[in-house]
Design a protein around this ligand. Structure first.
Ligand code: PLP
Length: 407
């Protein structure tokens, strides 16, 4: 374990030194998207300046160079999550598209009317709606595993939801609202005992802790580049080769074919079968750069540092009169949702913004969870390893000023 040099780290993120409304920016909306280190922006510039050409299509020098870069990025992602093969890494536009891909192809190939899919009460809309679309189309049933008062999954209920008709379980690794870290290895173990594949939504986890798909033994795992310090518009779908082999293509077009005639088309090998059209090879190169950057800092160091921020912020927030935190799981990541008596989350967010402090307000794309919690929305502060205790102090004094204004 090494102590992070936060001063040096912050210097890698140019946006952190800007001001908003004449105040230093305090960026606590990292669960929505993370800021980008200079190396990621440099990579984008370098790609367009020196390598730009379409991948997989040309015999010329630049096309080969762009293809090499794109495929090297795939191997970087493979290593990052410890996948067995780069064939198991499919590039998409984001976690949402990755889930839609699995939902669409899996339900088409493996589900029949009356079959069941299991999700949880703390899912992001991106891990609800794609399954609902398939449920409507094929006449499937969506089962939901409830949570307890602390915001943890009730695992006994998961076992009870599993029937002979259950075809897949899709669960978030870390809740974007509650910060709850779900026991995904245990969930996979339970599911596999019943021969049911599991999809893990890792959109809120790969940036905070080491995720090893072989250790977890999940069948699918998804995440978004922009939440892991990479560029927007790129996502990852990991799938075990046996599953990706068994699934039909999601979209048709260039790249994903082996041969095309008007009578019959045959499909390309993995992972290209799922990558129709020109991929964002500039984005994938920049994602690889982001992954190398956080690997060089060390996810264990990031995890420890962010846990200290979480502990510090939780203690300070709970000392504010009338403030309550939603989500008190024993295993929690660096997201805190809270409400203050008599102050609407929108007012809190707007006033904090005027002080230069960016937090999220609203339902956080988890309306069913809000209903479960009996609230319309929350204020959410989410931390990254470039945040500091001094910034948390600024948040606390901002909240205290707002509380004074309202009392
Ligand atoms: N899943 C979770 C848990 C999320 O927090 C998010 C985004 O906030 C998503 C999925 C969707 O990610 P994207 O919009 O990048 O596809």
């Amino acid at each position: 374990m090494k102590e992070l040099d936060i001063h040096k780290i912050r210097a890698d993120f140019p946006i952190l030194s800007r001001e908003v409304y004449g105040k230093p920016l305090v960026y606590f909306d990292n669960a929505a998207t993370t800021q980008k280190p200079q190396c990621v922006m440099d990579k984008i510039n370098e790609m367009y300046t020196t390598v730009n050409a379409n991948v997989h299509r040309g015999v010329h020098f630049l096309s080969q160079a762009a293809t090499d870069e794109h495929e090297a990025s795939r191997r970087t992602v493979q290593e990052f999550i410890n996948a067995a093969s780069s064939n198991e890494i499919v590039f998409t536009r984001g976690a949402t598209e990755s889930i839609n891909l699995v939902a669409s192809s899996f339900c088409r190939d493996f589900c029949r009317e009356g079959d069941e899919l299991v999700i949880t009460a703390m899912e992001h809309h991106s891990n609800i709606v794609p399954w609902q679309l398939q449920c409507d189309y094929y006449g499937l049933k969506l089962e939901v595993v409830p949570i307890n008062a602390e915001g943890e999954l009730i695992l006994d209920e998961l076992e009870k939801k599993i029937t002979s008709r259950t075809k897949l379980i899709a669960v978030t690794h870390i809740s974007n609202v509650l910060g709850t870290v779900n026991p995904i290895s245990r969930i996979v173990e339970i599911a596999h005992r019943h021969d049911i594949p599991v999809l893990i939504d890792a959109a809120q986890s790969v940036q905070h802790r080491k995720v090893d798909v072989r250790e977890i033994d999940c069948d699918f795992l998804v995440f978004s580049s922009h939440k892991v310090y990479g560029p927007t518009g790129v996502g990852v779908l990991y799938g075990k080769e046996k599953w990706l082999d068994a699934l039909s293509p999601y979209q048709g077009g260039g790249e994903m074919i082996s041969s095309v005639s008007f009578q019959k088309t045959t499909f390309n090998s993995l992972p290209f079968k799922f990558e129709a059209g020109t991929p964002d090879f500039v984005g994938t190169a920049a994602l690889a750069s982001a992954l190398r950057y956080i690997t060089s800092i060390g996810l264990e160091n990031i995890d420890l540092y962010e846990h200290e921020l979480l502990r510090y912020a939780t203690e300070k927030l709970l000392a504010v009169s009338g403030l309550r935190i939603l989500g008190n799981a024993a295993d929690k990541s660096s997201v805190i949702s809270f409400l203050v008596d008599g102050i609407h989350p929108y007012d809190m967010g707007t006033l904090l913004d005027k002080m230069g402090i960016a937090v999220r307000t609203g339902h956080h794309c988890a309306e069913p969870l809000m209903r479960e919690l009996g609230v319309e929305g929350t204020v959410r502060a989410s931390f990254a390893f470039y945040n500091t205790k001094e910034e948390i102090d600024m948040l606390i004094s901002g909240i205290q000023r707002i509380v004074q204004m309202f009392r």
